[in-house]
Design a protein around this ligand. Sequence first.
Ligand code: CIR
Length: 259
Amino acid sequence: MPLIALTRDISPALAQCELTHLERTPIDLEVARAQHDAYERSLAAAECVVQRLETNADMPDSVFIEDIAVVFDEIAVITRPGASSRRAETAAVGEAVSRHRPVRHIEAPGTLDGGDVLRVGRTVFVGCSGRTNSAGIGQLRCALRPLGYDVREVDVRGCLHLKSAITAASDDLLLVNHAWIPNADLTGFEVLEVHPEEQYGANLLRLADRVIHAEAFPRTRERLEQCGLRVESVDLSELAKAEGAVTCCSILIPVNPGS
Ligand code: CIR
């Protein structure tokens, strides 16, 4: 099935990005852009059709497009990001996504970041985090329940988003850093733990025949390969200084799902 990967330019104002768990350190924009280009090439090599949206200096975090919309087979949900500095990002992303799915919107007082939503088959894990609140989770649940999704709320501690702590390598296998989601109900899934010295290593981007994972976590990569997965490593070290990881930089949109 063709897969569109929506990405977004790195803002010239990236240095003013939101930071929650990291100290601000200088980011080399040229290196960040080169790494982002390479990330897009990895997507294209996996048969994704990459479509990059423009940005401007009013949206420092625009490259982290995942937070702005969550795409399901039936609908897309345009978020209301927990950081008010990011709310201007929704207009262009909403417009692009609406070409492929009917859209719903998270409304105030709800907040939801796409980085807090992990869909695995018909299960949707939603993180209650510093960015996503109960009202936002309630609105998502109302949109998804009639479609038959099992929405499971997960308490997120010590990291920015749910997907910093857990992602899915397949419909059965979750890559997890339990320390950040100690009470998560993962019933029905196999669980692979990140290497203990790679606490940020749980974020991978799942594609049809491979997963994309950050080069910074080689020992977790070994564990993934031992499970028989094909792993493509990318270097996103500059965007990691802005608290970004591999899932954050794209929104995957299957074209003609179910056909
Ligand atoms: C932020 O704090 O919003 C950005 N600096 C990083 C967002 C990363 N997004 C993600 O993990 N989904």
